[in-house]
Design a protein around this ligand. Structure first.
Ligand code: GLP
Length: 261
């Protein structure tokens, strides 16, 4: 796991966009894993800017989102499908239908989850997965207690996650759905490169557990310690509880430029 502490969200966006650019140069039809939440927004803004500048094309790329609320109407602005369309898909040149999401309105939820796993596999798996992290250490919507071997399935959101996300629902926690569909931890672990981004002091404990804590279903993101290629991009506030932060900073400073992330 590589831990990189950067001065601000803008720089985090640039470093992640560099990695996506290298991937798309090598593999124009790469499969990207797209996360919702505020943390990846700087990455999406940078991708959009590079696309506008003619430096990056997603015309052959494919995408899969991580998760979706169950039961939000198709036109609800906080439906993750609509959020991801607004923050990134509509700002670049993905082909129609190239980005897929779990169907939170499916009548047959288990079948929809199985179909989503099949679609990811048929696309050849995810090349680069963008991830945020919840304050309770969840990734996608894999809440504490999630099976470390889980696949796409329905989950119940914790009170903490619904409180965290109430800001998107007029600060009304009761308006936040109780259930979601989410890629499982094993689904995420199958991505070839995971780029996790965290900003702000509210994420500091989850980041400390992710990087330096014991692997445990109580902090689901810790499963990433078993992944061979994870890059963690942090601002100073999110890094403030890391015991080895000086080592991570020194390692990145002295990293050969040819290595990339
Ligand atoms: C939600 C999403 C996660 C995201 C998390 C943190 O729970 N399902 O994918 O990582 O929020 O969001 P934010 O980046 O806004 O703090």
């Amino acid at each position: 796991m590589e831990v990189i502490v950067l001065p601000d969200a803008g720089r985090i966006g640039e470093v992640a966009a560099d990695a996506i650019g290298v991937l798309l140069d090598r593999k124009p039809d790469a499969v990207l894993g797209l996360a919702t939440g505020s943390s990846p927004l700087a990455i999406y803004d940078e991708l959009a800017a590079r696309h506008r500048a003619g430096e990056m094309s997603f015309a052959l790329a494919r995408g899969f989102t991580l998760d979706e609320y169950v039961g939000l109407p198709a036109d609800h602005p906080e439906r993750y499908r609509n959020v991801i369309d607004a923050v990134v898909v509509a700002k670049v040149d993905f082909a129609p239908g190239a980005v897929r999401s779990p169907d939170g309105l499916a009548d047959d939820i288990p079948a929809a989850c199985a179909a989503y796993e099949d679609a990811i596999a048929e696309a050849g798996g995810v090349d680069l997965q963008i991830l945020g992290i919840g304050t309770d250490g969840h990734i996608a919507f894999n809440e504490p207690g999630s099976s470390l071997a889980s696949r796409t399935r329905i989950k119940t959101l914790t009170r903490q996650t619904r409180l965290d996300n109430a800001r998107f629902f007029g600060d009304d926690v009761d308006a936040v759905p109780t259930h979601c569909l989410t890629q499982g931890l094993a689904t995420i672990m199958a991505a070839r490169h995971v780029v996790l981004v965290a900003n702000g002091r509210s994420k500091a404990e989850a980041v400390h557990q992710l990087v330096e804590g014991p692997v445990s279903a109580m902090w689901p993101a810790t499963i990433l310690q078993h992944h061979p290629h994870v890059t963690v991009l942090l601002d100073d506030a999110a890094a403030r509880r890391l015991q080895l932060v000086d080592y991570y900073r020194e390692t990145y400073r002295s990293k050969p430029a040819w290595q990339g992330i």
